[in-house]
Each structure stands twice: as structure tokens, then as C-alpha cells.
Design a binder for this molecule. Structure first.
Ligand code: NSP
Length: 218
């Protein structure tokens, strides 16, 4: 079994909950209230800022140029079409990105995880968090890909950005990077990367739970 398959098996319950979630079911059915989608995108735009920095850190720590190039190309996608999607969708749903919203506690926890991974100096920890973020999104979005064109763009493009051969290639690359470095890690490094993978999966589930509930005040 590949290390990434083993890691996924450790978090099976959270993985299933994060990738077959009522929030994304409603999104894909076009029934998610617009206010819920807007609040989610505004929180997710905070997530994306730290995600971009984490991805940049992984590029800086990649073992070789061929290992770094796919991540650099993906960074271009996030900074280009995905960033533009956020700005268009948030505006169309009646919101703004400036000033940024206050991070919900789950968003803040995710930001802290990404900042810790980016600063860790461990390529495996960085890739572990990035893998969970993209692999869970590929898993939830793929079954809905053929319905994306019929939805309002703020729903449909969010599915399209996270499905299809190009995005499958991103996930294959990220998993391949973690599988590749795993055998050379010390037991302590493996434990830290595993912990990052487990925490990231728990937070993906909690992020959708909070979005579905409309971010009620604690
Ligand atoms: C919380 C979260 N996780 C993952 C993704 C996929 N890029 C995202 N946009 N937001």
C-alpha cells in the first residue's frame, strides 16, 4: 500500500464525512442558500492566503526542479483563475473581500496548521497538508462534474476548479511527492507528517460543518 493510501485509511471516518458532506451536496444540487455560499467563500479566501504561502514554501523545499515545477504551475492556477473566481463569485453573491472577514475558529485553526507546516522546514509536512486539501476536494467534486455547467457560476465553477484531468493530475503529483519522500523520513518526521495529515482531514470536515451551519457565533 502506498503511504498516502495508508494515511487516508487512518482517517477514513473524517474523510468520508468531508467528501460526502451535506454542504457540498446542496452546493452541487444548486439548493445551497446564496448567503451560505458567500460566507463559505469569504472564509475560504482567508484559507487560500495561507494555502498560497504554504504552496510557495513547498516549492522552495522541493528536492529538485522537476519535483517543484508541477507545484509552481498549480500556484499559477490558484493565483490566476481560482483567485479571479473568488473575486467574481463573492461580488456576484453581494459580498466583498476587503476588509477581510474575521476568521471563524475553524478557519483560524486551519491557518495555524498551514503556517506551522510552512515554517516547519519539513517538505513532507507541507505536502501532507496540501495533499489533504486537494485530494478531499477532488473526491467531493468529481461525482458532480457533469452537472457543473447547469449551475450558477458560483457553484459550477467551484466544482470545475476541483475536478477533471488537470486537477486529478495535481492530486496525483502531490500524493506522488509524499509517497516518494516517505521512506527516507525518520520515524519522528513520519509521525509529524502523519499528524499534519490527520489534523488537516479533521479540519476539512469541520470547515464544511461550520459552513453548513452558517458560522453560528460560539
Ligand atoms: C478549506 C479548503 N480546503 C481545500 C480547498 C481546495 N483548494 C479549499 N479551497 N478550501
Amino acid at each position: 500500500m502506498h503511504p498516502t493510501e495508508h494515511l487516508k485509511s487512518l482517517v477514513a471516518t473524517d474523510w468520508q464525512a468531508a467528501t460526502r458532506h451535506p454542504f457540498t451536496d446542496q452546493l452541487a444540487a444548486g439548493t445551497l442558500p446564496k448567503a451560505r455560499m458567500l460566507a463559505y467563500l469569504q472564509q475560504d479566501y482567508l484559507f487560500i492566503e495561507d494555502f498560497v504561502r504554504l504552496l510557495a514554501s513547498a516549492i522552495a523545499h522541493a528536492p529538485s526542479l522537476p519535483d517543484a515545477i508541477p507545484a509552481a504551475q498549480f500556484l499559477g492556477l490558484i493565483s490566476g483563475p481560482e483567485n479571479t473566481y473568488f473575486l467574481r463569485a463573492i461580488a456576484a453573491l453581494g459580498g466583498t473581500t476587503e476588509p477581510p472577514v474575521t476568521p471563524h475558529p475553524i478557519t483560524a485553526e486551519f491557518q495555524a496548521l498551514m503556517r506551522a507546516a510552512a515554517k516547519s522546514g519539513s517538505y513532507a509536512q507541507m505536502i501532507a497538508v496540501l495533499s489533504v486539501a486537494e485530494w478531499t476536494y477532488l473526491d467531493w467534486a468529481s461525482p458532480h462534474a457533469n452537472r457543473a455547467a447547469d449551475l450558477p457560476f458560483w457553484f459550477g465553477e467551484w466544482i470545475t476548479l476541483h475536478s477533471g484531468p488537470g486537477f486529478e493530475g495535481v492530486v496525483t503529483y502531490l500524493r506522488g511527492q509524499l509517497d516518494q519522500v516517505w521512506p527516507s523520513l525518520t520515524p519522528e518526521d513520519q509521525a509529524a507528517a502523519q499528524s499534519a495529515f490527520v489534523t488537516a482531514t479533521r479540519l476539512e470536515r469541520a470547515f464544511f460543518d461550520a459552513a453548513l451551519a452558517g458560522y453560528p457565533a460560539a
